[in-house]
Design a protein around this ligand. Structure first.
Ligand SMILES: [Zn+2]
Length: 179
């Protein structure tokens, strides 16, 4: 199975709302397996289909560093149905080169989604998993974490990125956990 190319900001596909999955078929299973492999190889703790150029509502996540693969989540048409509290987390993203920032999100979430086995499930999450779920579901709505920080910070990042590209330095340095 091939690793997929991760699209980087400002790629247009990252700005588009992804379409809901209507059929869970072999083609989708293949996409999900390739996404999981791409996420582990990156490495990252989550990956949404638009990040690999597929505008479909699919995400994979694994926030367990100790036993990778054991708690891999493969979620189709995920949605947040309940939230509680607030938390601020330092976020990075596989699609946003060389940048991380503090983002405020719900501290706890209840997410409903379909699995590749065509079961509807609910996930209650807090801490990193709650943050990662919200970050990935944002990707499905065409939103990046840098859309949730101040305009000034976002503008500074755009300039930094331009400069890095100009100087040929826009390669990836592993920094914070990337989602
Ligand atoms: Zn991301």
């Amino acid at each position: 199975m091939a690793l997929l190319r991760i699209r980087k900001f400002p790629d247009d596909v990252l700005k588009r709302a992804a379409r809901p999955v209507e059929n869970i078929n072999g083609d989708l299973h293949l996409l999900i397996e390739s996404m999981a492999q791409t996420m582990y190889a990156a490495p990252g703790v989550g990956l949404a289909a638009p990040q690999v150029g597929e505008s479909r509502r699919v995400i994979v996540l694994d926030t367990d560093h100790e036993e990778p693969g054991k708690h891999l989540l493969k979620l189709i048409n995920p949605r947040v149905v309940e939230t509680e509290g607030k938390v601020t987390w330092e976020e990075g993203c596989l699609s946003v080169v060389d940048y991380s920032a503090e983002v405020e999100r719900a501290a706890k979430v209840l997410v409903r989604a379909w699995t590749p086995e065509q079961k509807e499930i609910e996930i209650e999450a807090e801490e990193l998993l709650a943050v990662a779920l919200q970050h990935e579901i944002d990707h499905l709505d065409g939103k990046l974490f840098i859309d949730r920080i101040s305009r000034i910070k976002r503008e500074l990042y755009r300039r930094k990125l331009k400069k890095m590209i100009k100087e040929g330095k826009a390669d990836e340095r592993p920094s914070t956990i990337r989602i």
